[in-house]
Write a protein of this length. Structure first.
Length: 260
């Protein structure tokens, strides 16, 4: 799968926009960027190619010294002085404020961006027709099988007593045919939500470069204000990026003999 640079952002919420023909599009508004490039990973030095981005400035008084030194080239340190005297070439710094969120986007080839460059929504998604959104789903705590796995529950007639929302029999599943352990992947009550999820191939409806907003069709994981990653989709069968190839249909003519 091809990999491309994306952007970091916050989920604003859902709304609807109307097309020229009057049809309504349910969209999610996402605030993405601007994101400064903090580091560039290469296969020669790091073993893989990637771009490290930051999002939202963090006050210097709240940032640790390591966070300040990660982005500032003028921060003095004994290790920096010793490496400079030894002739070691230091990596370039972005020379920006410490960032609240730092993430990497892996790439197939060395990137064309440079450290310190600020990426905006118009630069990254200007020609993109569909995106993937990565986020964390809403945490719903410890839930039963009816809400967590959509079980039907047990009968609610007069003969059933306090078993309406139970999972049912677990005799053959729990024993796992003699091993004494439950089977892996057994659907039972437990933690629901608060998991990393990726929604693929969301159509880009509109881009507001002035306000750093991107509107995508459909829903994305997380609550309003949740942190998300947005990248160009790498789904090969995307209906938004490619036109279906017209395949030649071959017909086979079968001739039947007379008398049969």
């Amino acid at each position: 799968m091809s990999k491309a640079v994306g952007l970091l952002g916050f989920k604003v919420g859902m709304t609807q926009v109307f097309n020229d023909d009057g049809t309504a599009e349910p969209v999610t508004v996402i605030e993405v960027g601007p994101c400064p490039v903090l580091q560039i990973r290469t296969k020669e030095t790091d073993g893989y190619a990637a771009v490290q981005l930051g999002f939202k400035d963090k006050p210097r008084k709240n940032a640790r010294r390591s966070e300040q030194g990660h982005v500032a080239s003028k921060l003095a340190s004994k290790r920096k002085d010793s490496r400079t005297k030894a002739g070691v070439q230091l990596l370039p710094k972005a020379d920006c404020e410490p960032q609240r969120h730092v993430r990497e986007f892996r790439l197939d080839a060395p990137p064309s961006v440079t450290v310190g460059q600020v990426l905006k929504v118009g630069d990254v998604f200007g020609e993109v027709k569909s995106v993937d959104v990565i986020g964390t789903t809403k945490g719903r705590g410890y839930q039963g099988v009816m809400r967590r796995h959509n079980f039907d529950g047990l009968p609610a007639a007069h003969g059933a007593k306090k078993v309406h929302r139970q999972a049912g029999s677990t005799s053959s599943l729990a024993s796992n045919r003699g091993s004494g352990r439950p089977k892996k992947g057994l659907k039972r009550a437990g933690q629901y939500g608060n998991a990393r999820r990726t929604v693929r191939n969301l159509k880009v409806i509109r881009i507001d470069a002035d306000n750093n907003l991107i509107l995508v069709r459909g829903s994305v994981p997380g609550f309003n204000g949740a942190f998300v990653l947005v990248r160009p989709t790498n789904l090969f069968n995307s209906s938004h990026n490619r036109v279906a190839v017209q395949q030649e249909v071959k017909t086979k003519i079968v001739l039947q003999k007379k008398g049969k």
